[in-house]
Design a protein. Structure first.
Length: 230
């Protein structure tokens, strides 16, 4: 089995590479891919760079070029749900592109013909995630994640995304990775640790908590890998 572990920013994959210690670096399609063997299983690790386009490219490359059969995403997100505080973890049940808008033609937000407003994450990986949460004695929320090519630091935009998609958290890569994995029939799991509340103070909070939240998420995802290789 070959597992992809993906983040968007260097800070999100650094704790994973640190844990692995040894890995081979391959330059491909303007990005670096790190290959390692962990407990007898092949891992491919990469950060895509921020946003839907780069994350689409990286997820596709990990699957089509490197042959990954499952994909785990680890990263940080802004909270919408008031029950999510900085450092808390959220597992995506389904994801949507909040900035996809052809509503002028009578379509709902997040929809284009032959697409779907939501893509659902893999149920088995979500169950595994819940098991890991129990074992780690961590409260991990499940919920809807909304993705768009914008850093949201604005109450009004945050509330719009929350009410339109019933979303609990927002970020910039999850839904695009979900579309790729769904189309290529690769089970995927998107985990995010909260870095900010997507409001006025978001950029300040983001810079302060990026690293600690990224570590929270990475540790959880590596526990998932431990379970998958068992
Ligand atoms: N500080 C970075 C930019 C970070 S963009 C720089 O200057 O280079 C925010 C990243 O964290 C994205 O990868 C996104 O997925 C996630 N994220 C966290 N909080 C977010 C928010 N409030 N809005 C959008 N994305 C957010």
């Amino acid at each position: 089995m070959k597992i992809a572990i993906m983040g968007a920013m260097p800070e999100e994959v650094a704790p994973i590479l640190e844990k692995l210690g040894e890995y081979k670096t391959t330059q491909y399609a303007n990005n670096k891919y790190y290959e390692a063997t962990y407990k007898g299983v092949d891992l491919v690790i990469a950060y895509s760079k921020i946003g839907k386009v780069f994350s689409t490219l990286t997820a596709t490359t990990m699957i089509e070029h490197f042959g990954c059969e499952k994909l785990l995403f680890s990263g940080v997100a802004g909270a919408i749900s008031p029950s999510l505080k900085v450092g808390d973890l959220i597992i995506a049940t389904k994801l949507s592109q909040h900035d996809l808008d052809i509503t002028a033609f009578g379509h709902p937000f997040g929809y284009v013909p032959e697409g779907a407003v939501f893509v659902e994450a893999d149920k088995d990986l979500i169950s595994l995630g819940k098991k890991v949460a129990l074992e780690m004695n961590k409260v991990v929320q499940e919920g809807v994640i909304a993705t768009g090519d914008q850093f949201v630091a604005n109450e009004e935009r945050k509330n719009f995304i929350g009410s339109t998609f019933n979303a609990d958290a927002l970020e910039m890569e999850g839904a695009s990775v979900a579309v790729v994995c769904d189309a290529l029939s690769v089970p995927f799991f998107i985990l995010r640790a909260i870095s900010d509340a997507a409001d006025m103070d978001a950029s300040f909070s983001f810079d302060e908590f990026l690293e600690t939240s990224a570590v929270e998420s990475a540790e959880f995802v590596m526990k998932m890998v431990d379970k998958l290789v068992d």
